[in-house]
Ligand binder design. Structure first.
Ligand code: EPZ
Length: 419
């Protein structure tokens, strides 16, 4: 079990560069299954989830190798296997993203219900309903096994999502690439990762437009070729460093942070009293001694991202007044708040709301990460807390942050990783 030892109470000062986005690269990797030609992905973060996705693809027949630091070669020639590994699928939510490409290319998929972070129920009904609307036959067997087939190939259709699910939108975009005719997705997710997936698929020769809006249209094509693509920078990692700067009353310049991908956060940081400077290739935050309390409501993009909810809640523990944080996307995403109280935070959970009563100081303590973003919230809170803290179960952070402890140490944090 890995732990991070943190001697907090020191402002973070300096600059840091964000890595490629986890929640984009995993989808691009899955999309590479759609072509038998080579794909080269650049700016790929070396994360546990990326390694797991690589193993999953390798099992399906992909030839994968790192050809330079951050550059991944992926090629899936003919003879694609359509059995997803049970172990890997149960370990990672994004594994369900192989479903669309497998159905599109192999016309069948034998997969398992995916696992992932413990942040509440994560059904896949929207994925399955949409794939059925394209003509896939879905059989659910005992033990979480799913068998899907589309013998004559998929056919375009109009699909309306009851909720703009990121994963379901992505799965459907990939499934529909070779479907006969036109597929229209209404109430589609609008996250930047959806726009990236459209760009990548179109580079491969797909015909998709509308990503970033409520309506995405996919015109079926016969086949895809290979392409080289650079992964967009990680907006959640960028937000994490901006919030780490804010909570420690430091000054942190985050290279690679895209203001247009983080507008909701930047508004809220300014409302809290922080100063934001937006440059051509960076966003800089200057923390304030006086944090104003906020009202936060997580929403699908461009609303406030659920993935930054734990991190902004950490900041609000030090606000001068009471904040209200409402989580509308993942109902169980408040587990970390109990750990924050060990650091001296005053938080009370009522249904989907966290009532955060600001305190003057946080104090070091031993805490445990239960999931990726909740774990990151504990680290930034510990950076602001006086004295020594230990954050255990660091493995959760390794799933989604590349060289996290090295990066915060480069900003002056006194941290020591113990494996
Ligand atoms: C993606 O998960 C991200 N994961 C999550 O990042 C992120 O929190 C989430 O989008 C929302 O932005 C990846 O990209 C790998 P959803 P995803 O489908 O696609 C419900 C992180 O920390 N729903 O948009 O699984 C679902 O239960 C993570 O990096 C259904 O009801 O999210 C949830 O309440 C964690 N049925 C809501 O929709 C479905 O079939 C949003 O889920 C699918 C989803």
């Amino acid at each position: 079990m890995s732990e991070l030892l943190i001697y907090g109470g020191k402002p973070l000062i300096g600059s840091v560069k964000v890595s490629g986005a986890k929640n984009s690269v995993l989808k691009l990797m899955a999309a590479s299954l759609l072509t038998k030609e080579p794909c080269i992905l650049k700016n790929v973060p070396n994360l546990i989830d990326v390694q797991k996705m690589l193993s999953l693809l390798t099992d399906l027949g992909t030839e994968a190798k790192w050809i330079a630091p951050g550059s991944l070669y992926l090629c899936t020639p003919n003879g694609l296997n359509y059995y997803g590994s049970e172990r890997l699928m149960r370990e990672m939510r994004a594994s369900i993203l192989i479903l669309g490409p497998l159905l599109a290319r192999a016309k069948k998929a034998h997969v398992y219900y995916p696992g992932g972070c413990a942040i509440g129920p994560r059904p896949i009904d929207l994925h399955l309903k949409a794939l059925e609307a394209l003509g896939a036959k879905v059989e659910q067997e005992q033990g979480g096994v799913l068998f899907l087939q589309a013998n004559g190939g998929l056919r375009g259709n109009r699909i309306y999502f009851d909720f703009p699910s990121v994963g379901a939108t992505e799965n459907l975009m990939m499934a529909a690439v070779f479907a006969k005719g036109r597929t229209t997705i209404e109430n589609a997710a609008k996250e930047p990762e959806i726009v990236e997936l459209q760009k990548f698929l179109n580079n491969l020769g797909a015909n998709i437009h509308g990503a970033g809006t409520d309506t995405i249209v996919i015109e079926g094509v016969k086949e895809l070729k290979g392409a080289e693509y650079t992964v967009v920078s990680d907006r959640i990692e960028a937000g994490t460093f901006l919030l780490a700067g804010a909570i420690t009353q430091g000054t942190v310049k985050v290279y690679g942070a895209r203001a247009d991908h983080n507008e909701a956060l930047l508004y809220k940081l300014q409302e809290a009293g922080c100063k934001i400077d937006i440059g051509p290739s960076y966003v800089e935050v200057k923390g304030s001694k006086h944090i104003e309390p906020l009202r936060i409501r997580t929403m699908p993009y461009p609303g406030f991202p659920t993935d930054l909810q734990p991190l902004i809640t950490a900041l609000l523990t030090l606000a001068e007044g009471t904040s209200l944080v409402t989580e509308t996307v993942f109902p169980d995403r408040f587990k970390y708040t109990h750990e924050l109280t060990r650091l001296g935070a005053k938080i009370c959970i009522e249904g989907e709301c966290a009532i955060v009563k600001g305190v003057a100081k946080l104090k070091g303590a031993k805490v445990e990460a239960f999931d990726l973003r909740g774990g990151a919230a504990l680290v930034i809170a510990a950076l602001a807390a006086s004295g020594e803290s230990r954050v255990s179960q660091l493995e959760h952070l390794d799933r989604g942050y590349e060289k996290f402890s090295e990066k915060i140490a480069s900003l002056g944090a006194i941290v020591e990783r113990q494996n």
